[in-house]
Design a protein around this ligand. Structure first.
Ligand code: PMV
Length: 343
């Protein structure tokens, strides 16, 4: 084998990571520190086995600036700015200065309006840390991913994970806000994702959160009740009780959307198609099928149900609104490096 000089080795330095999105059963909504991305509330989610993001970070010591591509196209604007700011953070932690080439590929159907920031920043944190030689344990990695997007901290882990809001301010808050697994080995439900065709979202989740915290008279009430929801959720998960898990998840999500509707001006992500799908979920329950809805910063609905009922639930939501499609997910794996690739 030919000897490789230090410069060539550095040029070759890269890593590829794969991460999956997660759906919160207890939502994160609102930041108490926008720079460090510290949430107001704890959140709890299920990582999915669909729609992975694959990200390669390769160091480029000769380059003058970072280069970022998303789904094979050069990134620009806000997405590019966020990736570069995240690379800056990794470089600061690693004490390194070389620019990087970042290539990110999402598998979410184009225009589906499903948030990919959770899988995106989880994959970027893992690939970036490996490429810059940062040795981080999963807790530290989740803390890092949180700086990209708080929900990304949970995608570091598979199955169910909790993101702690942390206490105090500044460095103490940063240290205390991380995700960790919530082991529930026997709970393996289906999550049917109803993709409603509703165009791009009008308000980013970042802007919507800020407006809700600053102006919604319902925000504090929801944040307080969310604490009780989390306690109840942990017990329901321990008991493997799908009906209790679903009821708590649904009330927590509807409460979160109520805070937004009461913001000034209101933030409304729920479209007529969303409401039609919610009605179909109520009808399923009336027909004896345990099915429960949750919604994020967009019009899509995710329906929690038993695996044995997933086909019927998918068929029902597809028929609920014109153009509605459905993808059935189960719990999925945590973020991982792809061996050999990009290295
Ligand atoms: O982390 P962000 O900025 O993508 O915000 C996610 C917020 C929700 O999806 C609405 C809730 C959650 O906990 O994932």
């Amino acid at each position: 084998m030919e000897a490789v000089g230090p410069q060539e080795r550095l040029l070759d330095r890269g890593a590829t990571a794969v991460a999956h999105p997660n759906i919160a059963l207890i939502k994160y909504w609102g930041k108490r520190d926008e720079r460090l991305i510290i949430p107001y509330v704890d959140s709890l989610s299920m990582t999915l086995d669909v729609f992975p993001t694959t990200t390669t970070v390769r160091l480029s010591p000769g380059a003058r600036a970072d280069s970022v591509s998303l789904d094979g196209m050069p990134a620009s604007g806000e997405p590019k700015r966020r990736v570069i700011a995240f690379l800056e953070l990794i470089r600061e932690l690693a004490g390194r200065a070389e620019p990087a080439v970042v290539d990110t590929r999402n598998t979410v159907p184009t225009g589906a309006g499903l948030a990919s920031s959770a899988s995106g920043f989880a994959a970027l944190a893992l690939a970036g840390a490996a490429a810059y030689g940062l040795d981080l344990d999963p807790t530290a990695l989740s803390r890092l991913a949180r700086r990209g997007s708080a929900s990304a901290s949970r995608s570091i882990f598979g199955s169910f994970a909790i993101c702690h809001a942390g206490r105090g301010e500044g460095a103490a808050a940063d240290l205390g806000s991380y995700a960790e697994p919530v082991p529930v080995p026997d709970f393996d439900p289906a999550l049917v994702i109803a993709l409603v065709n509703a165009g791009p979202k009008a308000v980013s989740s970042r802007a919507a959160m800020r407006r809700t915290v600053e102006t919604s008279p319902l925000y504090q009430a929801w944040a307080t009740s969310s604490k009780a929801d989390l306690t109840d959720m942990r017990a329901a998960l321990r008991g493997g009780d799908l009906e209790a898990v679903g009821e708590i998840a649904e009330r927590n999500a509807l409460g979160m959307h109520a805070t937004m509707l009461a913001a000034r001006p209101a933030v409304r992500y729920l479209s007529p198609a969303t409401l039609a799908v919610l009605d179909s979920v109520l009808q399923l329950r009336a027909d004896g099928v345990p099915a429960y809805a949750t919604m994020d910063a967009g019009p899509n609905v995710k329906v929690l149900c038993h695996r044995a009922d997933a086909a019927r639930v998918a068929e029902t939501v597809r028929g609920a609104a014109p153009g509605c499609s459905a993808v059935t997910a189960r719990r999925g794996p945590g973020a991982r490096l792809r061996p050999g690739a990009g290295q």
